[in-house]
Design a protein around this ligand. Sequence first.
Ligand code: ARG
Length: 423
Amino acid sequence: MRGIPGYRDTPTRPWHPDDPVDVAEAENFLRLYHAEHPEAGPVERRLREVRAEIAATGTYVHTGAELTFGAKVAWRNASRCIGRLYWHSLLVLDRRNATTAEQIFGDLVTHLRVAGRRPGQIRPVISVFRPAQPGRPHARVWNEQLIRYAGYRQPAGGVIGDPRNAEFTAAMEQLGWRGKGESFDVLPVAIETPDEGVRLFDLPEDAVLEVALDHPEYRWFSDLGLRWHAVPAISNMRLSVGGVQYPLAPFNGWYMGTEIGARNLADPARYDLLPILAEELGLDTSRDATLWRDRALVELNRAVLWSFERTGVKITDHHTEARRFVAHLEREQRAGRRTPADWTWIVPPMSGATTPVFHRYYHEADERPNFYLDPVARDLGRLGRANEPPRRCPVRAPAHRTVVLRPPVPADLDLLLGAPVRT
Ligand code: ARG
């Protein structure tokens, strides 16, 4: 039996940068847009226009309204996301005019500042940069998220920082970046453009909202020196709208506590803090059956939620978010739509069955618009390098150079373990 693309082990539908825009997909999207926006008038004229544009150029240009709708629906269709109740409120920043690494970096900094401007209500934001032109190289950000912590492999074994990013960190060091060597050093943003090659930029401090972690009862907890950033901004997924591919379209929401407390800080292949916490808590770790891991996990997650709430930074817990997701399913049903969802991602990584999302199955489908993680982008995000697949029509690559820059000050504008890998 063949699986659904993007669910469990079935890869997503492949995209090659030389592929022309699929006319049928463009038509489906435009029909969807007009069906959900009656005020935009009948779709026929726009269909004729777009068919002609694709015939002439191999692609077409979205209107601002189409792009905004496309990005929102990509979120609505993101089968792994439990936070989709608010898909409609996504702030879409149209950055199709930015081309140089410097301009792109300025827009990324603005994105983070806009998303975190009011920490109490982090805004879901997406910045959409130029779409790929069939057969031409495109700009990309190598990092999997705009904000990630370095992981420094130690000569004696072990990693200081986030082991997930150890390869990426080593690649950044090879490119000339130097971190402090501490547990929560924010990595530079690696921006690659066709003209400039890859360039590294350090994020200014005010673009990186962070929360130091402590615990509502255990005083010693703050001595662990733990922290996490407040804005998860995925930066290596391709936004696919109506057959047009936007390889650079970073987007963010706000955190659900378990992402930090039950995965980033707890996974054995990440910060692996449960044994340390169990020790501090004086738990009996001699046998699995004392449930020391489970008990430490609860305290770690209480600390995450409590610290964010106490410092006034938006976060949500998995019980609330699960209830909201069920509300989302019902609301979508009333709108006559089925909600594609992947159980293995929707169910939270702790206390699954205490939340309503556990006790049911979901409609599994690969609907577009959507976000896709291409293999090259995944490798760049994890390793800081990738074996590019051979191009079907070779282009002359300009000479690449690598420079580490101080951040320019941008104009301030008034966002795997076993089976499924969840990040
Ligand atoms: N799980 C990822 C992380 O811990 C973030 C994925 C997106 N999460 C979100 N709440 N929008 O960094």
